[in-house]
Design a protein around this ligand. Structure first.
Ligand code: XMP
Length: 315
């Protein structure tokens, strides 16, 4: 049985030894990086600088939320707006693995820039077990290159420290609860962000659509949970499928994209079961998305695939 208190007891002195001075932490504001930041903060205090990169593929209002989190945790932090850089780098790129590698690479270049300015050589990442298991290598097939493992550039100059490497998500949540972090129950959000929730080329136009759709899915599901209509899924979001179909908005013909709604139950992200959402809630989600996004979206589908054979994210 995983003992979160023992884990913390061992992790803090080990981190002090491993870091030996100053360090950066890649801070997304999710459970993993927040737990990591809290542990490193206990180990080296203000020798730590948290870096949050706005890739342009964040959820609605997410970067503002993350800035507030970093302040409330009293972390030294730097905020990097690299959205133009990320959009440019992904122009014309359709293949999911290529997208993931470009994103992983861009993240590291952003961290290296801050590290150079601050004369820091060590980067802490909140990598957890499924990230490196799914990224493959040696005897394992690459399911998908997680941005923080399989997406790292070969010529990377920073030394990596990854205190959560052997933990699964449910274990990270236990550590978060012991540390008293309110982020403990937050749903996961992948590092590559909305770029892997737009199938194929993640243009600004499509990203804006999926950002709005993800926000609606989150709000409608949370409203249904509050009303007692359903259990809160483990993860819930929207995916833009770049297939256009014919529809009618008002009395006008429309030719818009398709949105897939994904909601899953899981414990550790290694497997998942699609959530049993009532038609009433699905209907609210569908109506809200098509009303809000007008003729850009004509069709909403619900993903009823488990993992395996699907994965949680579509790319
Ligand atoms: P999959 O899609 O592999 O996702 O079934 C399992 C869990 O991991 C998240 N995910 C990622 N998280 N970097 C991350 O930090 C990534 O590159 C990445 N890809 C997927 C996904 O949202 C789910 O919770």
């Amino acid at each position: 049985m995983f003992d979160a208190e023992k884990f913390i007891e061992k992790a803090v002195p080990k981190l002090r030894e491993e870091i030996q001075g100053r360090a950066l932490i890649a801070f997304s504001g999710g459970v993993d990086s927040t737990v990591c930041a809290a542990l490193v903060n206990q180990a080296v205090g203000d020798q730590l600088i948290a870096v949050h990169v706005d890739t342009g593929y964040m959820r609605k209002n997410e970067s503002e939320h993350v800035k507030k989190m970093m302040s409330s945790m009293r972390l030294n932090f730097r905020f990097v707006d690299a959205s133009k850089d990320f959009y440019d780098a992904l122009k014309g790129v359709e293949d999911p693995e290529k997208k993931r590698k470009i994103i992983g690479n861009k993240f590291i270049r952003c961290f290296e820039k801050v590290a150079k300015d601050e004369k820091i050589k060590c980067l802490v990442q909140g990598t957890i077990a499924p990230d490196w298991i799914e990224s493959g290598g040696e005897l394992r097939d690459t399911i998908k290159s997680h941005h923080n493992v399989g997406g790292l550039p070969e010529d990377m100059e920073l030394r990596l420290v990854e205190p959560l490497r052997d933990l699964y998500k449910d274990e990270v949540r236990k550590v978060a609860r012991v540390l008293g972090l309110s982020v403990s129950e937050r749903q996961p959000f992948p590092g590559p962000g909305l770029a892997i929730r737009v199938i194929g080329e993640a243009t600004l136009e499509k990203t804006e659509i999926v950002r709005e759709a993800c926000d609606i899915v989150e709000k409608e599901i949370e409203r249904a949970v509050e009303k007692g209509l359903m259990e809160r899924p483990w993860q819930y979001f929207a995916v833009l499928i770049p297939i256009k179909t014919v529809g009618v908005h008002g009395d006008k013909r429309a030719y818009g994209y398709t949105i897939a709604v994904r909601a899953v139950q899981s414990v550790d992200a290694m497997t998942c079961k699609y959530s049993d959402i009532s038609h009433e809630v699905l209907d609210d989600i569908s109506t809200k998305i098509t009303n809000t996004l007008g003729d850009k979206i004509n069709r909403i589908v619900y993903d009823i695939t488990n993992k395996p054979p699907g994965t949680v994210e579509w790319e």
